[in-house]
Ligand binder design. Structure first.
Ligand SMILES: [Zn+2]
Ligand SMILES: [Zn+2]
Length: 273
């Protein structure tokens, strides 16, 4: 086995946050540890709530089930923009998503949105249709909308404006620049920052965070993806939220506790718990 193939050890537990916050976006079903283990590790460092996000029908069912079983887990359900064009019967699947979204432990419709990174021209129309349908479901059920936006900022903002955004809209793994953060702020959209805000090459993201109002900022892991520095390449999990939050507090020029208080209140407001 070459060095790069060796399994990388999990990062150590960070120092606990003094004010507890939520991981606003995670995928426990894609992580190596069991759900109780993941929740316990997170809670031990002050990450006392997680939003478990489904990316297809099966994983959305799993998210709803897991949120029903654990008080500290809330669910979001949707067909990911990369999944939507592949769905054999998009309308039937959307009807199932709407049923799940109506459950009380499901607080959001997402992740939906647009991803032009992997999708060719032929997938884009179906992605946009799926995105519009998810927006409609969120509005019908008065749930939060969780947006996945990869290389599609302009179209995401345009479709939201055309459809009329739900009352509570969250840009997960916010990836726009400072100018877009000002547009989101004016619309009252929440911006959730992930571990990539700590990456060396992510100055535009830190500039966006700097201008984002503290009242609209959330933190997330998007685990198992986007492990924050200095642990890049090792597995991510909700217990690593403090690493990202501390880097964010530095960007905001704010004491860690002050940012945690904002983030905790914002996440509860965004998801309505
Ligand atoms: Zn995403
Ligand atoms: Zn995700």
């Amino acid at each position: 086995m070459s060095r790069s193939d060796a399994p990388k050890p999990a990062p150590p537990l960070p120092e606990p946050l003094r004010v507890p916050v939520a991981d606003s976006h995670t995928h426990l079903d894609m992580q190596d540890t069991s759900v109780p283990e993941a929740l316990e590790a997170a809670a031990s460092v002050g990450v006392t709530t997680v939003v478990q996000v489904g990316c297809d029908l099966e994983r959305s069912r799993w998210a709803a089930r897991t949120a029903a079983e654990h008080a500290s887990v809330h669910a979001a359900v949707a067909l990911h923009p990369n999944e939507a064009p592949r769905a054999p019967d998009l309308d039937a699947q959307l009807a199932e998503i709407e049923k799940l979204a109506a459950l009380p432990q499901v607080l959001a419709v997402g992740e939906t949105g647009l991803d032009y990174f992997r999708t060719g021209e032929e997938g884009i129309a179906e992605q946009q249709r799926s995105f519009r349908e998810h927006i409609a479901i969120a509005k019908r059920l008065d749930k939060a909308l969780v947006i996945h936006d990869r290389d599609a900022h302009e179209d995401v903002l345009r479709v939201l404006a055309e459809e009329g955004a739900p009352e509570r809209t969250v840009f997960h793994c916010y990836s726009g620049d400072a100018a877009m953060a000002e547009v989101c702020a004016a619309k009252g959209y929440f911006m959730s920052f992930a571990g990539n805000v700590t990456f060396k090459n992510a100055q535009p993201l830190r500039d966006a965070l700097a201008v984002a109002p503290a009242e609209l900022v959330l933190v997330e892991t998007d685990a198992p993806f986007l492990t924050p520095a200095p642990y890049r390449g090792r597995p991510n999990a909700p217990y690593l939220v403090p690493v990202t939050l501390r880097a964010m507090a530095e960007v905001k020029g704010m004491p860690e506790e002050a940012l945690s208080e904002h983030v905790a209140a914002n996440t509860a407001r965004a998801f309505g718990y």
